[in-house]
Design a protein around this ligand. Structure first.
Ligand SMILES: O=C(O)CCC(=O)C(=O)O
Length: 273
């Protein structure tokens, strides 16, 4: 299966869900555009060099992430090397997902100081500048697409210190997220190793992936995520596909350090009745 660009129309071919496939393909480098990923009503957008960033802002982001404590993961018995947190604008929402601990860091300092699990160093620290940049970029892009029901208002950050850090197949389909607004992912590499050989994102139709026995059991899409690039998961992506980053265990490139910033639109919490 190859990734096919979708020019302007956002038309999709019928679902491939249920098709038995063979293996994870070699990672593909994409150019600016929209791509049919073979899941019904879902597409991926990709833009290389979406964000112009200086070394000082990369350093600021990395240092911030190094202050974030690791969170418990039930499924993998805490063996998940990735560090994650959610930088959240709405002050009434905490982002929780099943089977994992997560740290929500609110934009409002007063709200932050109420969070007993937040390390003191992060209570008074401003969000990294890059977080504001990607939020602004994604808000603008969503407005161009006409996805304005909820303004993107939170950034989930992941630090993959090296190729041993990964994120398992999942969909960001929690009811607290407005699914009419696409989720955008930005990639930043802290060293040349990562920039030369970027990590890649694997995308699979839901039933194929969730029930596969081994990592390479089934075919899917494997797309390179270059330094300062942006990808978007659109349409029914979170209900028809899973996405993940497998480990990179190549001895020459596994030392690449990546931080991803994924932008989401959280809904206000419904009042209890
Ligand atoms: O690192 C990435 O680009 C993927 C992040 C992701 O899937 C998530 O945070 O849910």
């Amino acid at each position: 299966m190859s990734l096919r660009p979708i020019p302007d129309t956002h038309k999709h071919r019928r679902s491939d869900i249920g098709r038995r496939l063979r293996s994870t393909p070699k990672a593909t480098a994409l150019t600016d555009g929209n791509y049919d990923v073979g899941c019904s009503g879902s597409w991926l957008s990709y833009k290389p060099r979406a964000i112009d960033v200086g070394d000082e802002h990369l350093q600021e982001l990395y240092e911030y992430m190094k202050l974030v404590p690791s969170t418990y993961n039930v499924r993998f018995k805490n063996k998940v090397r990735r560090i994650q947190c959610t930088l959240m604008k709405p002050s009434d929402v905490d982002y929780d997902f099943s089977g994992q601990g997560n740290l929500t860091i609110h934009s409002n300092p007063a709200r932050r100081s109420q969070n007993a699990s937040l390390p003191p160093a992060l209570v008074h620290k401003k969000w990294p500048h890059l977080v504001d940049l990607v939020l602004e970029d994604w808000i603008k892009y969503c407005a161009q697409l006409g996805c304005t029901r909820t303004i993107p208002n939170a950034v989930h950050a992941n630090l993959y210190e090296d190729g041993d850090a990964w994120i398992d197949a999942h969909a960001d389909n929690e009811p607290s997220i407005d699914q009419t607004v696409p989720i955008g992912g930005y990639s930043f590499y802290m060293n040349q190793v990562g920039r030369k050989r970027p990590r890649s994102l694997q995308i699979y139709p839901v039933p194929e992936k969730v029930y596969r026995a081994k990592p390479n059991d089934h075919d899917g899409f494997n797309v390179e995520l270059e330094h300062c690039s942006r990808y978007g998961m659109h349409g029914n992506f979170q209900s028809t596909c899973t996405h993940e980053l497998m480990k990179n265990q190549r001895s020459d490139t596994k030392r690449g350090t990546r931080v991803s910033l994924t932008v989401r639109a959280f809904l206000p919490r419904m009042p209890m009745t």
